[in-house]
Ligand binder design. Structure first.
Ligand SMILES: Nc1ncnc2c1ncn2[C@@H]1O[C@H](COP(=O)(O)OP(=O)(O)OP(=O)(O)O)[C@@H](O)[C@H]1O
Ligand SMILES: [Mg+2]
Length: 233
């Protein structure tokens, strides 16, 4: 892999909580995400997975260490600069979907265009195309409560991709889904990650996801303990 990484983390540590009950959630993590790769982060509960994902997503600052997104260090950036970096470069997918219940699938995706301050000539059409690309062309006008879990997660994938971010971060995207829907979501993430303008990083406990990955990173107690590349199925 010679392409420059999309994201580079060096010596990341993170303290959480207030003394005297502080936890060192990350103890010096060095990891790069390559374009066109789907990387899984696996590890026991409490090992620091969500903390690392939040740092990669510029939601949480590292205590020590450096993060570079597309070659640019986040060190010294203001809150507004970090927000701009998030809007332009990062898409998030959550276990609980985080869709607005009072907006249709199409409106949920349109809202993301707004949030990203993306100027497009026809926002509704752009949102529709994003939903068609995840196989939801027949659910444009549905509210989240009328969608299955798998369909909701596909709306959230369409939303994460709007504005074409180079890094997609997913925290347990299949945890609430049955086998069939979980597989459909992973097939979609797998397809998305084949695009070499993108890196996909998935935190999971779900060993059913393993075959979809190019790379499996394991974390224990705030340290990366293994990092293995494989040929995906
Ligand atoms: N706000 C907080 N204050 C203090 N400690 C925290 C806080 N948030 C998380 N922690 C601790 O930091 C450690 C790492 O938490 P993190 O949420 O990153 O784990 P995780 O690997 O995502 O776990 P899970 O698989 O259960 O989601 C845990 O020991 C957790 O208890
Ligand atoms: Mg977590």
């Amino acid at each position: 892999m010679n392409a420059p990484p999309m994201l580079e983390a060096r010596g990341i540590t993170r303290l959480l909580g207030e003394p005297p009950v502080q936890v060192q959630a990350l103890k010096g993590v060095t990891l790069s995400l390559q374009p066109g790769e789907l990387t899984l982060l696996m590890g026991p509960s409490g090992s620091g997975k969500t903390t690392l994902l939040s740092i990669f997503g510029c939601i949480l600052a590292p205590t020590e260490g450096e993060l570079k997104i597309a070659g640019k260090s986040t060190k010294g950036m203001t809150a507004e600069q970090l927000a701009e970096l998030r809007r332009s470069s990062i898409g998030f997918i959550f276990q609980a979907y985080n869709l607005f219940p009072t907006l249709t699938a199409e409106e949920n995706v349109m809202l993301a265009l707004d949030v990203r301050r993306k100027a497009v000539t026809n926002p509704r059409q752009t949102a529709r195309e994003a939903l068609i690309n995840v196989g939801l062309g027949h659910r444009l006008k549905s509210y989240p409560s009328k969608l299955s879990g798998g369909e909701r997660q596909r709306v959230s994938i369409a939303r994460s991709l709007i504005g074409d971010p180079s890094i997609i971060l997913a925290d347990e995207p299949t945890a609430a889904l049955d086998g069939v829907n979980g597989k459909a979501v992973m097939e979609l993430l797998s397809k998305i990650s084949l695009d070499t303008s993108r890196s996909v990083f998935v935190v999971t406990h779900d060993s059913r996801i393993l075959p979809f990955a190019d790379r499996i990173v394991r974390i224990e107690d705030g340290n990366i303990v293994s990092d293995v590349r494989q040929k995906r199925a």
